[in-house]
Design a binder for this molecule. Structure first.
Ligand SMILES: Cc1cc2nc3c(=O)[nH]c(=O)nc-3n(C[C@H](O)[C@H](O)[C@H](O)COP(=O)(O)OP(=O)(O)OC[C@H]3O[C@@H](n4cnc5c(N)ncnc54)[C@H](O)[C@@H]3O)c2cc1C
Length: 508
């Protein structure tokens, strides 16, 4: 699986996977199962795991049931209904080892640029550890990779400690300190209940109230775990129950007239958790449920009611000395500021490093809007596949479900490429355009689009570049069928031709 080293600094392989998180590991396993041995994953860090390696904040964990947050080929006896990050990280590492793909990962190897060579019909990747060439590239760099740092005047002169929640500073002892938290997204919901008992005082700055649904998180007793381990049918039934519950929640998100019961449940959760009327009012969202990422927690609201926690329903506009200042004039002293301001969702870290046909970067191709055929192929970027690309997720879909469906599609495409004798496949612009039109038309009436058009679903105002407008079942079904006719197939140059061609349509 190691590829052939053609000179001291260059390695030629059949497929390069960029990134070794949940997606990269799954890609290696899927490629291997499809008969691809000459593969490597290039990982810029010294350890695999991506999200689950980098996010070490207290309380970090899964917010979909763990039985859905696993590979179908590697069922695991999770210790809780919603596992924590270290268990997920261990799971990824042990799965990579069990399936023997850990040896295909090149650590401390950051891809600096990747360029399509139209003569060789190969990608050339420059990395911090030499050059690779590959027939195909799978981009598995993840949408939640780059933390978003807010532009707050005076923050750089704050005399205390400042860090982003995604890069938690474990040297900073919160015990007895005054902590200001900027932002109330999914991460704050997880770490606030953990830090509240330690800190002297926590000021939470909320610019937008979120809908929070109850989270039935509980440890799974060893007896139940053993039972499920010995009875695969029972495990499948439980997994199915989780899956269809998530799918059922997805229905009103696509048909907002049905949202009433879910919103009522969230309101009831708020009312029973927060006795104080003014606090409840501050926590009540003004957008419809599902218009932003859905949040679940049974501990966030109770943490906000503790005497040492204060919610400020305002965004932070400045930091002056040790004071954090809100748009409403709030001024509060802090020793530590935690920026819980999310990620540059969807701006794949490589977009300005991927050069397709004619040398254009993906960032340039996407200047107007991020788009890809089935979230996977971009016209002008032959033999390149994006994992968790644009418009593939919903408010309720677990990432592994999408990922495995995509990998089935990608390995089928690569197998076609191998057997066709062609050198390259490139999605037709008209197929990409038709997909975009159908997708955005279907999105128009979903709550993702009708709830205000803000938040990270929107790459730029008015264009939802995150959500899949139909059911997860439809996504899986659609990706099951690889569509050769949607692609242009390129014959190799005579010198490179080794095999016969039976491509569906060919350009030379
Ligand atoms: C706090 C948090 C909680 C989450 N909870 C859930 C959840 O409950 N359910 C769910 O479905 N999803 C959840 N997600 C989304 C989660 O990110 C995905 O489920 C999944 O982990 C993405 O995996 P990935 O491999 O695609 O990306 P990542 O995990 O981000 O991995 C990308 C890898 O690519 C590497 N890389 C990046 N650039 C380069 C480069 N230039 N060269 C080489 N390597 C590079 C990175 O180092 C990293 O290892 C959560 C995300 C966060 C941040």
């Amino acid at each position: 699986m190691t590829g052939e080293r053609s000179d001291s600094d260059r390695q030629d392989v059949e497929v390069v996977v960029i990134g070794a998180g949940l997606s990269g590991v799954a890609a290696l396993v899927a490629l291997r199962r499809a008969g691809f041995e000459d593969i490597v994953a290039l990982e810029k860090s010294g350890r695999l795991g991506g999200t689950w390696r980098d996010n070490t904040y207290p309380g970090c964990g899964c917010d979909v049931p763990s039985m859905l947050y696993e590979y179908s080929f590697a069922p695991h006896a999770w210790s809780r209904c919603f596992a924590g990050r270290s268990e997920i990280l261990d799971y990824l590492e042990s799965t990579a080892a069990t399936h023997g793909v850990d040896r295909a990962i090149r650590y401390d190897t950051e891809v600096l640029s990747s360029r399509w060579d139209p003569d060789a019909h190969r990608w050339e990747l420059r990395t911090t550890s030499g050059t690779y060439t590959a027939r195909a590239v799978i981009v598995a760099t993840g949408p939640w990779h780059r933390p978003r740092h807010p532009d707050i005047p005076g923050l750089d002169t704050f005399p205390g400690t400042v860090f982003h929640s995604a890069r938690w500073d474990h040297e900073a002892d919160l015990t007895g300190r005054r902590v200001a938290v900027v932002g109330t997204g999914a991460s704050t919901v997880q770490f606030l209940p953990e830090i509240q008992p330690k800190a002297a005082h926590v000021d939470v700055f909320q610019s937008t109230p979120q809908w929070v649904l109850p989270k039935p998180d509980y440890p799974l007793p060893p007896g139940l775990r053993r039972f499920l381990g010995h009875h695969p049918a029972a495990r499948r039934a439980l997994r199915g129950l989780h899956h269809w519950t998530q799918e059922a929640i997805g229905v009103p998100l696509r048909h907002p007239r049905l949202l009433g019961p879910l919103e009522a449940l969230a309101r009831l959760h708020l009312r029973t958790s927060v006795p104080d009327r003014a606090l409840r009012r501050a926590l009540t969202p003004t957008h419809r449920l599902g218009g932003r990422r859905l949040i679940t927690s049974g501990t966030y609201y109770p943490a906000l009611t503790r005497p040492n926690v204060r919610l400020h329903p305002t965004r932070v506009t400045a930091v002056e000395g040790s004071d954090v200042i809100g748009a409403d004039g709030t001024r509060t002293r802090a020793d530590i500021i935690v920026l819980a301001t999310g990620y540059h969702i969807g701006e794949i870290p490589l977009a300005d490093r991927l050069h397709g046909v004619g040398g254009t970067t993906l960032a340039r191709t996407w200047a107007d809007s991020r788009r890809a055929y089935l979230g996977t192929s971009v016209s002008g970027y032959p033999n390149l596949f994006l994992l968790i690309g644009p418009n593939l997720l919903t408010g309720t879909t677990a990432v592994p479900t999408v990922l495995e469906a995509q990998l089935r599609y990608v390995t089928t495409a690569l197998t076609h490429l191998r057997t066709s004798g062609c050198a390259a496949l490139d999605v037709r612009p008209e197929a990409e355009e038709a997909h975009q039109q159908a997708l955005h038309e279907a999105l128009r009436t979903t709550v993702y689009n009708t709830a205000g058009g803000t938040g990270y679903y929107f790459g730029r105002p008015g264009v939802n570049t995150f959500c899949w407008p139909w059911s997860t079942a439809r996504l899986v079904k659609r990706l099951h069928a690889f569509t050769p006719d949607a692609y242009t197939w390129t014959l190799p140059l005579p010198a490179q031709a080794g095999r016969a061609t039976h491509a569906s349509s060919v350009r030379s």
